[in-house]
Unconditional design. Sequence first.
Length: 167
Amino acid sequence: MLRTDLIAVAKAWMDRRYRQQENTVPPTVIPANATRIRESFARQTMMTSLGAELASIEHGRVTITAPVLQGFRQQQGFAHGGLVFTLGDTAAGYAALSVMPADVEVLSVELKINLLAPGRGRLVAEGRVVRPGRRLVVVTADVWSEDPSGHRARIALLQGTMIPVRP
């Protein structure tokens, strides 16, 4: 098989896996959770500094967008890996929070990141719950780079665990 064929097969397999994962949680978000997530996001001064916006909230899914501002670039002018990680962590954390009872918060326990390509333009982080639980919540996030024409390229994949905590 040619390398391009192998890549196409791998992409098709990953797309099927993501579609399966997307069906692991119900499709509606509790309105109180959406309000709680919006209020919590507004209190995050780091998100304000990054120019990040909460784009969408669904049950088990949250999307955050942010421009790659001048102050958050690495030496070649691309999005700094810390920016990419922060957006992915935040999107995954809020996705986990969207499936929690009202008296429970979440904290990141561990996250792994694969940086796939350099990012520029606008970043879109899509966090998803893979498996909700009372003790641990397994999450994943994709971070995409979007150019002005709307073309997207996946630049990072994160997978991790959140822990539910009662404040």
